[in-house]
Ligand binder design. Structure first.
Ligand code: ZN
Length: 92
C-alpha cells in the first residue's frame, strides 16, 4: 500500500471514492487509520468544512481493492439462500 503525503498530492475529487487516511502526530489515541470520502480531504468553500480527523491526517492511501470484506462487488451474501445486503465497508 502506497501512502501519499497530503502535502504532496490529494486523491481525485470523487464523492464515490473512499480512501484511508492516517493520523501520525495527533492525539486520536495515537496513530490511527480512518476510512473517509476522498472529497472530505478537500477544504470546503469556507475552508472549515473538513472533519477533525481529516484536518489531522498526514497521509492517505487508496483502499485495497477488491474490498477484503465483500470481494469488491459491494454485496454480502449472508448464506446461500439468505438476503444479499450492501457491504458496510464499501457501500455508502
Ligand atoms: Zn465491500
Amino acid at each position: 500500500m502506497e501512502w501519499v503525503k497530503l502535502t504532496d498530492r490529494l486523491p481525485i475529487f470523487d464523492d464515490n471514492l473512499r480512501v484511508l487516511i492516517y493520523t501520525a502526530e495527533h492525539d486520536f489515541n495515537g496513530e490511527q487509520f480512518f476510512d473517509v470520502r476522498a472529497t472530505d480531504l478537500y477544504d470546503g468553500p469556507d475552508g472549515e468544512s473538513q472533519s477533525e480527523v481529516c484536518a489531522a491526517a498526514t497521509h492517505w492511501a487508496e483502499r485495497p481493492s477488491p474490498c477484503f470484506y465483500c470481494g469488491g462487488d459491494g454485496e454480502i451474501e449472508t448464506d446461500n439462500k439468505g438476503p444479499i445486503v450492501p457491504c458496510p465497508i464499501c457501500s455508502p
